[in-house]
Design a protein around this ligand. Structure first.
Ligand SMILES: Cc1ncc(COP(=O)(O)O)c(C=O)c1O
Length: 424
């Protein structure tokens, strides 16, 4: 009998995978906490929360139970003209942890669509008010997803090159990393002076896919303030930073000036089901209220507000709000900082950094830091061989574990990284 992995190769086309050269996929049959069990029984430690989605560990009984109960009641129903308790409960719960200026939640299906919604809200907001403001500003090297709007707002590079002719124009500013803050702010004000800017989109404090690049809340707050003064909506893409990853509920919690629109997905359901959500302030929402139907927000998806996804998201928020979860987040964060100081001076470490539960180590490679850095496959294979799922971004190794990871499990990952560095 053929294995799942063999059958897969006959029928499936996998994301971000060169199907000609990639090895056979690992078929996973079971998840439990940070552990994934493959069909041959081998267990792998999921140190990247399965593409940053899982918060509380795989197959958490409380989350599985929430879905099971909901399956007795309602699978799905259209969300235009209809509603249901799971969506209302989730929105109420989200609004208690979002910045207090946020008043409404718009649901979609994933991170890219949450961003599409954010961008379209910002653009239509100005159209509805009769303002001639269309330009979008974004940070260089940002990643906002793979749909066309999200791709347009993302940094231009290897992910977007084939589609370049089909993307809308965006004005970019440098990421305000340490030492570049003034230059970045200067670029922002210059663009504001010379364009009719509708919105500024950014991954707050942490640019994930670009290689876990970190920058300070102070400079982002200043940038948001400048946008506020110029009637420009600010869109925080918290798809990866939301739900505790940076050490607070949202990266926006570190900011003295809050964004107008926040895009959420990934951790929103604890990593169990696909769901996107975009929150907006009353000021944004009110610009869509009119007797004129054409001013309604012109967007919607078939599975908007799926009840199963909403109940599991609400259950995940219940867990996230427990003291034990925050103790775990602080513990992981402290350990990460300790590991950063341990490896910082290693001859093969270019840079090491940590924010919340995210740890990143840039390995010296002698060539440009990029997703296609030649070291990537060597690093990935080294860790898989050690039964640890890490998916380096080029030469950048990072950990973003579920919060249930124990000290012992974390040490397995740190030890593997140290061994790798010693072996280079
Ligand atoms: C910051 C950010 N925005 C958007 C996305 C896109 O999310 P999705 O893959 O769910 O479409 C990602 C995915 O990695 C992301 O990191």
């Amino acid at each position: 009998m053929k294995s799942i992995s063999e059958r897969d190769q006959q029928v499936n086309w996998h994301p971000y995978t060169q199907m000609q050269t990639a090895g056979p996929p690992l078929a996973i049959v079971k998840g439990d906490g940070v552990w994934l069990t493959a069909e041959d029984g081998t267990q792998y430690l999921d140190a990247i929360s399965s593409w940053w989605v899982n918060l509380h560990g795989h197959n958490h009984p409380y989350l599985m139970d929430a879905i099971r109960k909901q399956t007795q009641l309602l699978d799905h129903v259209i969300f235009s003209g209809f509603t249901h308790a799971p969506a209302v409960d989730l929105s109420e719960a989200l609004l208690t942890i979002l910045p207090s200026s946020h008043e409404k939640i718009f649901y979609s299906d994933n991170g890219s669509t949450a961003v599409e919604v954010g961008l379209k809200m910002a653009i239509q907001y100005h159209v509805n008010r009769g303002a001639n403001k269309h330009t979008i500003i974004a940070l260089k090297d940002g990643y906002h997803g793979d749909t066309f709007g999200a791709m347009s707002a993302g940094g231009r590079g290897i992910f977007s090159t084939p589609f370049e002719n089909h993307l809308f124009q965006v004005e970019y500013i440098d990421v305000p990393i340490i030492g570049k803050e003034d230059e970045s702010l200067r670029q922002l004000s210059k663009i504001i002076k010379h364009h009719d800017v509708a919105g500024f989109i950014f991954e707050p404090l942490l640019q994930g896919a670009a290689g876990m690049i970190m920058y300070s809340p102070q400079i982002l707050s200043e940038m948001i303030h400048l946008c506020n003064e110029n009637d420009i909506l600010t869109i925080a893409d918290e798809v990866s930073t939301g739900f505790g990853r940076t050490g607070k509920y949202f990266a926006a919690d570190y900011l003295s000036h809050k964004p107008d629109i926040i895009c959420m997905s990934k951790g929103i359901t604890g990593g169990v089901m696909a769901l996107g959500a975009t929150s907006a302030t009353a000021q944004v929402y009110n610009a869509f209220l009119s007797d004129d139907k054409s001013k309604m927000f012109l967007h919607g998806h078939s599975y908007t507000g799926n009840p199963l996804a909403c109940v599991v998201a609400k259950a995940s928020l219940d867990l996230l709000q427990e003291d034990d979860t925050w103790t775990a987040i602080k513990r992981i964060s402290t350990q990460h900082h300790q590991f950063v100081s341990n490896v910082m001076n290693h001859p093969y470490v270019e840079d090491a950094r940590a924010l919340g539960v995210v740890l990143a180590v840039s390995v010296k490679s002698g060539s440009e830091e990029s997703y296609f850095n030649y070291l990537r496959d060597r690093l990935y294979n080294f860790f898989i061989h050690r039964k640890i799922l890490l998916r380096p971004l080029g030469n950048v190794i990072y950990i973003m574990p579920p919060y249930c990871i124990t000290d012992e499990e974390l040490n397995m990952v740190y030890t593997a990284i140290s061994d790798l560095l010693d072996e280079l």
